[in-house]
Design a protein around this ligand. Structure first.
Ligand SMILES: [Zn+2]
Length: 258
């Protein structure tokens, strides 16, 4: 059983990790080091002091403004911090204290920066997918060796399926609708969620994308075949699977078996 104080602790830890993920989202696509130097204000380049760099709290206390130059601070920063904390708390509620909580929290912490970077830059950095991939394999082999086959099938079947979609997209739209970044991303997800999980996640991602993109499609703001980053939708699909996936499988079985 987890107590309220444990959830609060996980939340605070999440805010701190989220603060680091902001650095990842900002620096990784630019090829900058994640470890140093200290964060600067993007407007006036002054060093942000420790007491002005407290997740969420500083944003509120500074009323969204840089202490030195008064430039507005992006909503993105507290949003990423709050999302990170929320994801970890939700995983703790769903899985309780144990190896699944650890494993799926690690996955969430990779999904989040990938989503934002893919949305901004239309790329999925290899460094993130590869680190996530190695961590997923390591956690499974060390703590959940019984899942090795599902993991292996999850990454290969998921990867092959995405390559199939990519080829199909190329034939239909005559241009690249998806990239190798998406393939590597789904291979990484497969190492965490296994073979059933990877297909349900892709399915949920496609449904989410259709629902969210329906309005701009109808308004003709975008059209089929446009370059739309699929990474954020894959991340959402995977998180929905982590939360309700087993319920979905039961529900479907009951539906089919009567
Ligand atoms: Zn400034």
């Amino acid at each position: 059983m987890m107590t309220l104080s444990m959830y609060i602790l996980i939340g605070i830890l999440g805010l701190g990790i989220g603060s680091f993920l902001n650095v990842v989202i900002y620096r990784l696509p630019k090829g900058l080091s994640l470890l140093g130097p200290r964060s600067l204000c993007p407007s006036c380049n002054s060093v942000i002091r420790c007491y002005d760099n407290i997740p969420v709290l500083s944003f509120v206390l500074l009323r969204r403004k840089c202490r030195q130059c008064g430039a507005l601070i992006s909503w993105r920063y507290p949003l990423v911090e709050l999302l990170t904390a929320l994801m970890l708390i939700v995983m703790a509620v769903r899985y309780g204290w144990g190896i699944e909580f650890l494993k799926f929290s690690v996955l969430c912490l990779v999904l989040l920066p990938i989503s934002f970077i893919d949305w901004d830059e239309k790329i999925i950095p290899n460094r993130l997918t590869f680190s996530g991939f190695i961590a997923g394999i390591a956690i499974t082999l060390i703590f959940q060796i019984e899942l090795w086959l599902s993991m292996l099938l999850g990454m290969t079947a998921g990867g092959l399926f995405m390559i199939g979609l990519m080829v199909l997209g190329k034939l239909i739209f005559k241009k690249d609708a998806m990239g190798m970044g998406d393939v590597k991303f789904i291979i990484m997800i497969g190492t965490y969620v296994g073979v059933a999980g990877v297909f349900i996640s892709i399915y949920l991602a496609a449904v989410t994308a259709l629902v969210i993109l329906a309005i701009p499609l109808i308004l003709k703001k975008i059209k089929f075949g446009d370059q739309i980053p699929f990474g954020p939708f894959l991340a959402i699909g995977t998180i929905v699977y982590l939360l309700v996936g087993t319920d979905l499988i039961h529900w479907y079985r009951n539906l089919v078996m009567g």
